[in-house]
Design a protein around this ligand. Structure first.
Ligand code: OOG
Ligand code: NI
Length: 451
């Protein structure tokens, strides 16, 4: 490493802040959501000092106020692989594969995010990134037209391409270059109200699927939401409704619990925004809905065993009715999840979740020989603590629900289930990391530190 390079964490923090500032200007309701979440979080922490202690102990307190995720959708392999290189500059790697075609959304996705404990503590900014699956458009002529339109656009500035190449060549960027990189990268995520195609083409693609029009017809993959993290999503949802924000009816994910697991999410409906379509010399006015707001609550990361139980219980709740619709869904969900242990000790002893182990003050003072006992013994003797490792990823069924609610909720025509992970990775130009392996390594490192 040569001197004068700034850290990837620093570049990611600059970028996350720049994105937030840009989105707040583009979608003012996002600013309202940020305020609301900040209030709910402050209240929750005041009411629960033990939670505040735990977050502080696990380096989660400082990151909370700047924590958020965003989402974009791209159209080609070249766009996706260039994004991978762009995010790498900020220490963000592709983690996980999500097939959303099962839920009637013609995309597959990954999440770019930091993966080490230290980088996550510095700033856990993540971007859920979807690649359009043109092969799912039935009409061959329309499919070819969409591919042709996509082939003609470049969603990256010349400046960002040069800085990415420089980063890859030298292994880092200096402060001034990092700032230029952030400004140039931001251009890819900016909203462009001027469509690149005629209204008729937009309409034809939109009729095939509204998401296809969103990906294909604009200059770039506008960021479509930024999501702050709340410590109490039920309170935040109530606040959204109280403020007259049109929130999604159902909170996606697990039901409310004493020990939050995985991820709960809710969103407000996409805005109808003015756009213009080229029409010869002139421009024709129209509207497009794509951008929305979302909030999330994150909880314990589950092991494969815990995740299998989660998936089974979610299926059970959804099968008992028509998916997540119906006024009785929250009750069905709560009933199904009665079978999921809801205290930290049981979750840990049954191997359902990942935990971060640490010595207490007494544990640190204890002689080495005494510390050489199994973690459960150390915990029982008050020499160690085990805190939940927070889930940093996404959930395919929830993501599909978020997509659907912002596509007018009407498009339910499911494509045949056909995960194409290998094709996705070929487009990406790299394998996606296994989320379980990342959590397991974090847990293992904490166990080692007890010794
Ligand atoms: C992404 C929807 C999924 C989440 O938080 O699960 C998502 C999109 O609409 O592009 O953001
Ligand atoms: Ni989201």
């Amino acid at each position: 490493m040569s001197q004068g390079f700034v850290s990837s964490d620093h570049i990611r923090s600059l970028f996350a802040q720049a994105m937030s500032d840009m989105y707040r200007t583009e979608v003012p309701l996002y600013g309202t959501l940020m305020e609301l979440v900040a209030q709910v979080n402050a209240q929750t922490l005041r009411a629960d000092p033990a939670l505040e202690d735990r977050l502080t102990r696990n380096d989660e307190r400082a990151r909370l106020d700047q924590e958020r995720h965003g989402a974009i959708r791209v159209g080609t392999a070249e766009e996706l692989s260039m994004l991978r290189r762009l995010f790498a500059v900020m220490g963000m790697a592709p983690v996980g594969y999500y097939d959303l075609s099962v839920a009637g959304v013609p995309v597959h996705s990954t999440a770019f995010r930091p993966t080490t404990a230290q980088a996550l503590a510095a700033n856990p900014f993540r971007v859920f990134t979807s690649l359009l699956r043109l092969e799912l458009i039935d009409d061959a002529a329309l499919r070819a037209q969409a591919a042709d339109i996509l082939a003609r656009r470049d969603i990256f500035t010349a400046g960002v391409r040069a800085l990415i190449a420089q980063y890859e060549r030298n292994g880092g960027l200096g402060e001034e270059e990092a700032r230029r990189f952030v400004a140039e990268a931001l251009e890819t995520f900016r909203w462009h109200g001027d469509a690149t195609v005629s209204r008729a083409t937009y309409q034809a693609l939109s009729d095939a699927h509204r998401l296809i029009a969103d990906v294909v017809c604009f200059h770039g993959p506008h960021i479509n939401h930024l999501t702050p993290r709340t410590l109490d999503i039920d309170a935040a949802q109530a606040q959204m409704l109280a403020r007259g924000i049109e929130a999604k009816a159902v909170i996606e994910g697990p039901p409310p619990r004493a020990v939050p697991i995985l991820l709960r999410q809710t969103s407000f409906k996409a805005l109808e925004e003015a756009v213009s379509f080229p029409n010869g010399e002139a421009a024709e006015a129209g509207t497009h809905t794509a951008r929305f707001g979302e909030i999330e609550q994150r909880g314990l990361a589950l092991t494969p065993k815990g995740r299998a139980l989660y998936d089974a219980l979610l299926d059970q709740a959804r099968d008992a009715g028509a998916g997540s619709t119906g006024a009785d869904y929250p009750a069905r969900l709560a009933a199904a999840f009665a079978q999921f242990p809801d205290d930290l000790d049981t979750l840990r002893r049954e191997g359902l979740g990942y935990f971060r182990y640490a010595l207490t003050g007494r544990g640190r003072a204890a002689p080495a020989a005494e510390r050489d006992a199994p973690a459960e013994v150390l915990i029982a003797r008050g020499l160690a603590t085990a805190d939940p490792i927070v889930y940093e990823d996404f959930l395919p069924v929830s993501a599909a629900g978020i997509f659907q609610s912002n596509l007018g909720g009407a498009e339910q025509h499911a494509y045949a289930a056909n995960a194409r992970r290998a094709e996705f990775e070929a487009a990406l130009g790299a394998p996606v990391a296994d989320e379980f392996a990342i959590y397991a390594a974090l847990q293992e490192a904490s166990l080692q530190s007890l010794r």
